[in-house]
Design a protein around this ligand. Structure first.
Ligand code: HEM
Length: 171
């Protein structure tokens, strides 16, 4: 019981941090970068932090989520035979899609300034010392924009799914 509560707490804090950070970055940071009001260095430094949040919560969410499935949805048929189970499968799928969008979006941004391989990118992320005053922040932001907009849409749908799990489905 204590373990179940701890898993819920870690899961919900990670979910709030990740979806909140993504929505904030897209709402507050991207427009300033697109119009050149932010320097490339401070923009990339914030984007790298979003990547770190994505990767840390990318460990905590599936680990705690798998534990919750093990406790609440075994036998596993419950995942496909109940409305709540379908919502959990939607949550898992959206998590994978949103992760991919953020990782690929930021990789595309990094490759505008540095022809990096996937392995190095996974190890380093996007360090802000790769950009300087001569880097066009507008171009960086434009390359990542479609991916980050889609990831923000995933974050909103994820929050709706979580709310349906918390409040019960009306149908
Ligand atoms: C690997 C991905 C994930 C898995 C396997 C997973 C699995 C689960 C499970 C099994 C539950 C318990 C459902 C229930 O109470 O019946 C849950 C709850 C929850 N999840 Fe996830 N989840 C994942 C990712 C996410 C993400 C990305 C978010 C971001 C919004 C999120 C937010 C929540 C919230 C807020 C709850 C609590 C809902 C409630 O009050 O019942 N989860 N998750």
């Amino acid at each position: 019981m204590v373990l179940l509560t701890t898993a819920y707490v870690a899961h919900v804090i990670s979910a709030a941090l990740w979806t909140g950070a993504t929505l904030y970055v897209v709402y507050a940071l991207w427009p300033d970068a697109m119009s050149g009001r932010l320097s490339a260095k401070s923009f990339v430094s914030q984007v790298h932090k979003l990547l770190l949040i994505t990767r840390w919560t990318g460990v905590v969410l599936p680990v705690t989520g798998a534990y919750l499935i093990w406790v609440l949805y075994t036998p596993l048929e419950l995942l496909v035979e109940s409305q709540r189970g379908i919502l959990v499968l939607a949550m898992l799928t959206l998590w994978g899609v949103m992760n991919g969008l953020i990782e690929i979006g930021i990789l595309r941004m990094r490759t505008t300034v540095d022809a990096v391989g996937f392995g190095t990118y996974m190890a380093e992320g996007f360090p802000s010392d790769l950009v300087d005053k001569s880097t066009a922040v507008e171009e960086l932001a434009a390359r990542g924009r479609p991916y980050l907009l889609l990831s923000a849409a995933c974050a909103v749908v994820l929050l709706v799914v979580a709310a349906l799990l918390a409040g019960g489905t009306p149908f």
